[in-house]
Each structure stands twice: as C-alpha cells, then as structure tokens.
Design a protein around this ligand. Structure first.
Ligand code: ADP
Ligand code: ZN
Length: 750
C-alpha cells in the first residue's frame, strides 16, 4: 500500500489518503477522493510515500481522472511559491488555477463521472504500413495512377504531410487533408489507411517557414539583446515607446522558441487586448495559437487545460493572468506585455497574485526566458532593470516614419478666465477636434471614471489637499464634512477656503463619460460619436462592435475610459483629448503619479500612429505639475527618477512591500472591534509599520462594511519572517471570539 498527500480545492491543509498501487497514480495526477460524509472532490496528488501517516482512519483514493498528470513538478513549485508568498493555502491556489470542469466535485461518484470531461480528441490518419516506404508509394502510383487518380493524390498528400510535420509514426490530423468522409471510408475499406482518435493538437507546421516581419535596425538590436538576456538567465525588460514595434520583436522571439519545440506564453492584462494581438499572431503562426481567458466557455477552458497537460510542447498560448497556471510540458518563453498594468493583479480572491511577478519567479523555477514589455514600465520593474537585476532593453523611437505626437497642455483655469471654454472643453481641444473632423480624421476623448473617487479641488489654483504623512490625495466621504486619508486614517475638516491660495473656491470634482458624450454630440452635431466604457461594453460582442465600427471609420469621435488606452491601433486618429488630467493626479493612491503618467502616455500613444504627426490635448488646472511636464516631454526617465525619490522618502514600493488586510462584516460594531484587535496584534510585532484601521475606499458593499489595515515592510527585510508574524497575528485574531465571525483577507504587494 502507498500513501499520498492530496491538495483539495478548499482553504484547508493537505490531507493524506491511502493509494492502491494498481491505480498507477503519479505525483501531479488529478484523483477523486471522498471528503466529509457525502462529498467527492478532485484533488491533486502532491507527494507519494510508502510510509503510513499516523492517522487511524485513512480514506482511499478512489480513482485517477486523466491519463496524464495535470500538474508538472515546476507547476508544483510555482503553486507552493504563490501559496507561501501571498499567504494562501495550496487548496486556494488550486481553486484559482484549475478551470472548474477540470476539477469536478459532486455528492456521488456517478454524478462526478457525469461532470467529468476528457481532453479533446480528433481523427488522425496514417498510411497502411505497407505503403510507408518510398518504393511502395512509387509502385502504388504506377499501378493506380490511371484508374484511381484521386486515391493516389490523397495517399501522396498524407505521405507529404507526415514528412512535413515530422510525424514519426506517420499519423497526421485529418483536418489538414480536406477530403470527404466517403472517400476516406473507401480508402480504409481497401486497407490503404489507418484511422485513430487521438488527442487534439495545435497545428505544428513547418517552423522554418513562418513569414516573419523584417525588423528595423533598432528592433534587430533589441532582439539580440533579448537573446543575450536569455543566455545570462536574466529577466529582460523591453522598454519601447508606443509604436516602436515591440510585438514584431516578440514575434521573432516566439518563432525561435517554437522552432525548437518549446512552449510560449504571451500574457496580456485584459481580454479586450487579446483579440487584436491574437489576430496579429494568428497571421504569422497560423492555427497554432491557443487562447485562454474568462470569457471562453467553461468547457473550452477545461479542455484547453487538459489538452495542454497532455501536449508534447511547441504550444503558443495567449491569455490573461490565469494563463500562468496552464501546464507547460516544454517551457521556453513567457512574455508579459504591458507589464505595468494592474490587470495582472488578482484583486478579489485569494491568492491575490500578480501574474507578472509570478512570471518572474517562473524564470527561476522553470528556467524559461521571461520578457516584460511596456512603453511605461512599472517602477518596480524599472528599478530592477537599472540595478542590473533585469536585463534592460530600450527602444526609443517609433517604427518606420512614425513620430511621437505633439503634446498640447491646455490650462483650464486660464481658459475659464479668458472665456475660452465651453462646458468641459477648452478652445484648444475644440479647435483640434474641428481640425481633425474637417480633414476626415478621427478623434479619441478620454475621461477616466472608473478610478474616480470624489476629491476636493480649488477651482482657482487647482490645489487638492493631501495627507501630510502618506503623500496621497485625501478623499471626501459622502456622509461627512471631513476629508480622510485611505492609508493612515488621518482626517481633517473640509473647508471651503483653499489652504493654498486662500480663495473660497473649493469644489468636489468628477464627471463621467456619458456627460462627455452628451456634450460632444451637442458641440459637433454632424460628427458620429461612439462611447466605449464599462457600461457600453458589457459583453465581448458589444465591445468588438464598437471597436470595429471605429476601426472602419463608422464613427468620428470615440469617447472612452481607460479601455481606449489599451494598445489599440486605430489608423485614422489624429487628435486625442484628455478631458481632465486632474482627476488622474488626484487618485488617492501612492501610485497616482506613476499611473497618471502611464495612462496619459498610453492614451497619447493612440494618436498619429499612421498618418502625420498626431496631437494630444491635455486639459488640466495644474499645467506646471511635474507629471504633466514629463508627459509633455515624453520623459519617462525623469518621471521615474523623481517618483522613485518620493517613494523612497515615504517608504513606498519598490522600497517596501505593502500588505493590505481587509475586513468585511455586516455588523459595524463587530467590524470595528475586529479591526482594532487585528491592528493591535499586528502592532505588537510590527510597531509603527502598521497603518489604520481605516474604512475602505468603498465603505459598504453588498450590505457589508469594510475596513482596512496596511502594513509596510521595508525592502530588504525578511519577507519570510514577516509572513510568519502575519500568520501568527491572524491566528491570534481569529481565535478571539469578538473577531471570529469577521472575514479577513490579505493582499500582498497591493
Ligand atoms: P508597440 O506594441 O511597441 O506599441 P506595435 O508592435 O503595435 O508597437 O507596432 C506599431 C505599428 O508599427 C504596427 O502597426 C506594426 O505593424 C508596425 N511595425 C512595427 N515594426 C514593424 C516591422 N518591423 N515591420 C512592419 N511593420 C512594423
Ligand atoms: Zn495618511
């Protein structure tokens, strides 16, 4: 008898089961076990031993689910790292990592069998053994060419495909043949071919013949640098301005890895970007790409997962953050595009992992090449690059004749004073919109609304109050007349007089995309206006419709939230307007500056990608604000230097790790009590590194109150030790009867 440690998809430790050798179960296999009195789960075998663990009553492993293990040894190490680093259990990692249909659970075994799926298969065809030599083929042709030309043709095609695809046993996927079933049936009945049902595989064609784009000199140099990074076993940061052709460089690198039969993963932060990228990759790597994201049907996701688990390598997978959990049998390359994007962070479920950081860890665990790409790298990655931990590769110019757009900073306060503003539009912007529309070109108007939190701003000087301790904008709470800091809880009385210029002109700011759409429609009645935001693109098809209709110039003006900044390549856009840069600068977040810069640069990157130089109009009441200046001069390095100095002064990442504890509970008093108990327990170990508790940005959600505590661990301190202390503090808190009922979640590296 053997014994196995099994991970179950529960927030629980591992459990031991007895394992009958005849089941031929290996580590990494998915198995079915009974847990609790009437519940059957899929578990993952973590380890196997012949030593009996000392539990009196061990239940048996009931069956093995798939013919191949679904977790590789490297995958196991990744799960362990994630569980450890993000303070979760392996079961919680399992819950997120495996698509639901790959890990069925049920109340009876028969129900579980019904719910189980198999990896997708397809028909494969090979010539009969007698026909497998060159001579026999020639003979066959000589004999039948006249009487049965079609048969000869099909048989020679199968032989040719088998050679082309290096199929050792002669089997090729039937879908490549393009012949009718009748014809095949005849061939089979005559004993000329063999047909087998086999695991579906991507079309692995001739890897020598990918039609790769010709690279410019700068792009070739960058590619060489990436190869060099690989030889040094270093993560590479590819910092290339928008339109520099990072994708073209990825394509070359991808081709190299595929040609060697290795797997490639391309990660993108959001589903919406996958479609344009996939189209581009499909054009080159026809039939090869596998996509993975949450809008696919559960069946498709489950089957993709199982197919990859059984694959032999040479896969090209494109998807969002959860793609990192797909099995790679022959890991070669992981590309994280737009690596700065917060879409890589899982934010609403344990483990709250960042897929970019996991990819970096994978470079070590899997020995894969990892490339992080961005036009505006995160400061975390940038610091790793300049410190030499990553290999830094920079592309400073747009590809071809492309030039970066002209940036026009338009002072809103001045425009108001001079009467050069209509509703939310300064004349600078209106004139440029006019100019584009007259030339038959397109316009994008950007208004950030999603990250919108009400804040106070002086309409005379543009000042907004900030926390003296945390250097973030204070947020105005609806119900009170006070302003509050979301990190440390500092509050101050809301005053109508500006502390900066002493005018009585403080006002609550914020307006959304609908408002912009409404106004622009009124100002330009002839223009066709489209809107792209969370409300208009609830489904992927709605989203596609809007994007494609703008692409085909069925709209003149596109109004949108940050979705419009996401890597789209619209040909006809010559003016981009940022309606209110102030609310980007005023987000109550220590990354506000970095985000504002990234967002404005990304939005600006949509202008003039193909035609003459594009124009970007940024409306702001703080034209002298350093971030606006950095955007105007497209100076990432200056932004990064200044912002890193600020981060250092206030002890923010990358000079520290921030860990957020969020508590949720319907009973407000209970929540407050629990929050104080946790804060106190944390303070006992971490002292002044603990901030809060404060109420969350969204104080109440689905009938629950929320509170937060933030812990700041300086970089260089032992995170391992910190995690031990946190675990202890949580244990003590959870055992306190006043805090027991309250939900506490932990978010590492917010
Ligand atoms: P980035 O991702 O860096 O913003 P893209 O890869 O989207 O840039 O490239 C911008 C545009 O330039 C695209 O339309 C792309 O097709 C074109 N381009 C870039 N490099 C090349 C190249 N070597 N050959 C042909 N077209 C290129
Ligand atoms: Zn503060």
């Amino acid at each position: 008898m053997l014994y196995a440690q099994v991970v179950l998809p529960l927030a629980q430790p591992m459990y031991s089961f007895s394992l009958d050798e005849s089941l031929a179960v290996e580590v990494g296999d998915a198995v079915v076990v009974q847990f609790g009195s009437s519940r059957y789960y899929t578990g993952i075998v973590w380890s196997i031993s012949s030593e009996r663990p000392d539990y009196p009553r061990l239940k048996p492993i009931l069956r093995k689910l798939y013919s191949h293990p679904i977790l590789t040894p490297e995958g196991q190490r990744l799960w362990e790292w994630i569980a450890d680093y993000y303070l979760a259990t392996l079961g919680e990692v399992m819950r997120l990592a495996l698509p639901s249909l790959a890990k069925p659970s049920a109340t009876s075994l028969s129900e579980l069998d019904e719910r189980s799926i198999e990896p997708p298969t397809e028909q494969f065809i090979a010539l009969a053994e007698e026909l497998c030599t060159a001579e026999s083929l020639t003979q066959y042709r000589a004999k039948h060419e006249r009487r049965a030309p079609r048969r000869v043709e099909t048989i020679e095609r199968i032989a040719a495909l088998a050679t082309e695809r290096n199929a050792n046993d002669g089997f090729v996927p039937r879908r490549l043949l393009d012949v009718d079933p009748q014809h095949l049936a005849t061939l089979r009945s005559k004993g000329l071919i063999r047909i087998e049902q086999r695991l579906r595989e991507p079309l692995k064609g001739d890897t020598e013949n990918f039609l790769l784009p010709t690279l410019s000199e700068a792009q070739s140099l960058a590619l060489e640098e990436l190869r060099c990074a690989h030889r040094e076993h270093k993560v590479a940061l590819l910092h290339g301005v928008t339109g520099s052709g990072k994708t073209e460089i990825y394509i070359h690198l991808i081709a190299e890895h595929l040609a060697q039969g290795r797997d490639v993963m391309v990660l993108v932060p959001e589903i919406v970007i996958t479609s344009q990228l996939i189209e581009r990759l499909e054009r080159i790597f026809e039939g090869r790409t596998t996509t993975y994201h949450s809008r696919l049907t559960p069946l498709r996701r489950g089957r993709t997962f199982l197919r990859l688990a059984a694959s032999t390598g040479g896969e090209l997978i494109v998807g969002v953050r959860s793609t990192i959990f797909l099995p790679m049998r022959c890991p070669g390359l992981v590309i994280v595009d737009e690596e700065h994007d917060m879409g890589y962070k899982q934010s609403d479920m344990q483990p709250r992992y960042n897929a970019r950081d996991c990819a970096v860890v994978m470079s070590r665990l899997y020995d894969v090449q990892v490339v992080l790409g961005s036009a505006t790298p995160s400061l975390e990655s940038y610091m790793n690059a300049i410190s030499g931990k990553y290999h830094y590769v920079e592309l400073k110019e747009r590809w071809g004749k492309g030039v970066l757009p002209e940036i026009i900073v338009s002072d809103t306060i001045r425009a108001v004073k001079r009467g050069e503003r209509k509703t939310h539009f300064n004349f600078d912007l209106l004139n440029n919109i006019n100019r584009s529309l007259h030339a038959g070109e397109q316009v994008i108007l950007f208004q950030n609304r999603r990250g919108y939190a009400p804040y106070l701003q002086c309409r005379t000087c543009g000042y907004s109050p900030r926390c003296p301790h945390c250097n973030v904008t204070l947020t105005q709470h609806k119900a009170s007349s006070r302003l509050e800091c979301h990190y440390c809880g500092f509050t101050m009385e809301r005053s109508l007089v500006c502390p900066n210029c002493e005018t009585q002109d403080m006002a609550t700011m914020g307006f959304g995309t609908e408002k912009v759409e409404e106004e622009v429609t009124r100002l330009f009645p002839e223009a066709r206006v489209l809107r792209l935001d969370g409300d208009t693109s609830t489904s992927e098809s709605a989203f596609r419709r809007i994007v494609s209709s703008f692409e085909h110039h069925e709209g003149d003006i596109l109004v949108g939230t940050q979705i419009v900044s996401k890597g789209f390549d619209f040909e006809g856009v010559s003016t981009v307007g940022i309606l209110n840069a102030d609310n980007l600068l005023s987000t109550p977040d220590f990354r506000a500056t970095e985000r504002a810069f990234q967002l404005m640069m990304q939005v600006a990157g949509r202008a003039g990608r193909h035609n003459d130089r594009g124009r970007v109009v940024i409306q702001t009441s703080q034209p002298k604000h350093p971030v606006i200046q950095y955007v105007a001069s497209a100076d990432y390095h200056a932004m990064a230097r200044t912002e890193l100095a600020e981060r250092k002064a206030f002890g923010y990442p990358p000079y520290s790790h921030l860990i957020r504890f969020q508590l949720r509970e319907a009973d407000y008093e209970l929540l407050r009590a629990a929050a104080h108990i946790l804060a106190q327990n944390l303070r006992q170990m971490f002292g002044k590194r603990v901030m809060g508790p404060v109420s969350s940005a969204i104080e109440m959600l689905r009938g629950e109150h929320r509170a937060e505590i933030i812990l700041k661990i300086e970089a260089g301190a032992s995170m391992k030790r910190a995690r031990e202390c946190i675990t202890k503090a949580l244990e003590v808190t959870r055992s306190d009867k006043r805090a027991k009922r309250v939900m506490i979640s932990v978010d590492v590296d917010i």
